[in-house]
Design a protein around this ligand. Structure first.
Ligand code: GLV
Ligand code: MN
Ligand code: MN
Length: 422
């Protein structure tokens, strides 16, 4: 019997152990959502992040895995194969959350990797290749924008110092936070940045409604749509709200409204495929009775079609410049990830593993971006989705059932075992 279908491997995945670990992780940064749901706020490169990593490291070392970190703080836990010089199979996700995040986005992919590797070891399944579980630094981009810094640097998509000057809302730069983090983890073995895995598999909650609504257990992810992030800065002039005539003002809020209205027209899509979000607005001086002299707002624009992503994204600056009346504008692009398609080596392995376990699969693309996006040029890459309630994510109400997550970990275990012996 092949390693991928061996029943003892599937049976070695523990639903309760995986759930218990997730709930322990959820205590680190626990918050309560507006509806009373238990969520998590665990920003990257914070003491809480480090506490979560130490907990993960303890579980991994108890299991006999070896630990290493690279210069971006990406954390690796390695299960040694029988042929350690062969390229490893990489699996994992991220441990940081959105400021108002849930208990599963990211962390489940890391815990599922650990559960899958633990099952492989406990079931006595030999793997020719090593398996490495990775926790990528700053996937969310919630503290330091953009997201996926760890995976972008690992894949040499961007140089490691690209984001040194990016500051969080408190003015702490990414470089300062990373240096502090690296010295707090100086006792951990170091590894060079980058690598050439044989394959990459990331497990994640779907973050959309399809699997649940259509009654599927496992999503076989076919690819990820493209994303572009911009920051727009409008500079006007502050003035007294009671005395300055409207005709003489350089009101940054009014120009922001003109800009967003024009962008809404640019981004109109009768097919409802395009995603356009203005998610963060900063206003100065931010008082009721002063005209705003500065507005900064973010744009998150996504589409599965590369040409449309390029055409509409490239039109953003001119659309704003044409729409505004009184302010000076700068538009800066800070994230540009083209759509990717996953490799049949991984998607077929995921589908075969799920089918062999009697699970119902759906092939679907990802609307969210993931670190997997940056692994595509490096090695055959794919993802496993499990359903999440009502598709809710980036929200404390995010929820997947223990059994749904266990099914995902079983598919991951079989997929890793198969790829590690290929
Ligand atoms: C990831 O968190 C995303 O915004 O897609
Ligand atoms: Mn995620
Ligand atoms: Mn997320």
């Amino acid at each position: 019997m092949s390693a991928s279908t061996a029943p003892h491997l599937v049976a070695a995945v523990s639903e309760s152990r995986q759930w218990d670990r997730l709930m322990q992780m959820a205590e680190l940064g626990a918050i309560t959502g507006a509806d009373g749901s238990p969520g998590v706020n665990r920003a990257c490169l914070t003491p809480l992040d480090r506490e979560a990593r130490r907990l993960l490291i303890r579980w991994a070392t108890d299991l006999g895995l070896t630990v290493s970190v690279d210069e971006l703080g990406n954390l690796f836990l390695r299960h040694e194969g029988t042929e350690p010089n062969e390229a490893p199979i990489l699996t994992g996700s991220h441990m940081d959350t959105q400021p108002n995040g849930g208990r599963f986005d990211g962390i489940w992919g890391v815990i599922a990797g650990l559960e899958a590797v633990q099952a492989i070891r406990e079931a006595g399944v030999q793997t020719r290749r090593s398996i490495e579980i990775v926790a990528w630094t700053n996937e969310e981009g919630g503290r330091f924008a953009p997201g996926c810094m760890g995976s972008m640097a690992y894949a040499h998509f961007k140089p490691a110092d690209t984001w040194d000057a990016v500051a969080d809302p408190e003015g702490v730069t990414f470089r300062q936070a990373l240096d502090e983090h690296r010295s707090a983890e100086a006792d951990l073995p170091q590894r060079p940045l980058g690598g050439k895995p044989h394959a990459y598999v990331e497990a994640h909650i779907e973050q959309g409604p399809r699997l649940e609504a259509e009654g599927f257990d496992i999503g076989v992810v076919t690819g990820i749509q493209g994303s572009r992030w911009f920051i727009v800065e409008l500079r006007g002039e502050t003035a007294h709200a009671g005395t300055a005539p409207l005709s003489l003002r350089k009101d940054a809020v009014q120009d922001m409204i003109r800009a967003v209205t024009a962008l809404n027209a640019l981004m109109t899509d009768p097919t409802d495929v395009l995603r356009f979000t203005v998610g963060r607005i900063e206003v100065q001086p931010n008082t009721s009775n002063s005209v705003a002299d500065l507005v900064r707002f973010t744009i998150d624009f996504r589409h599965p079609d590369k040409e449309l992503l390029i055409t509409n994204g490239d039109a953003i600056e001119n659309t704003i410049a044409t729409a505004i009346k009184t302010c000076a504008v700068t538009v800066t692009e800070r994230f540009h990830a083209l759509p990717v398609e996953f490799d049949a080596l991984v998607t077929d392995a995921v589908e075969d593993a799920a089918t062999a376990q009697g699970l119902k699969t759906l092939r679907l693309p990802s609307g969210a971006f993931h670190d997997a996006q940056f692994m595509v040029p490096l090695c055959p890459t794919g993802m496993i989705f499990v359903p999440c309630r009502k598709g809710i994510s980036h929200n404390p109400a995010e929820y997947s059932e223990p059994g749904q997550l266990a099914a995902g970990a079983r598919v991951l275990a079989a997929t890793l075992a198969k790829l590690a012996n290929a």
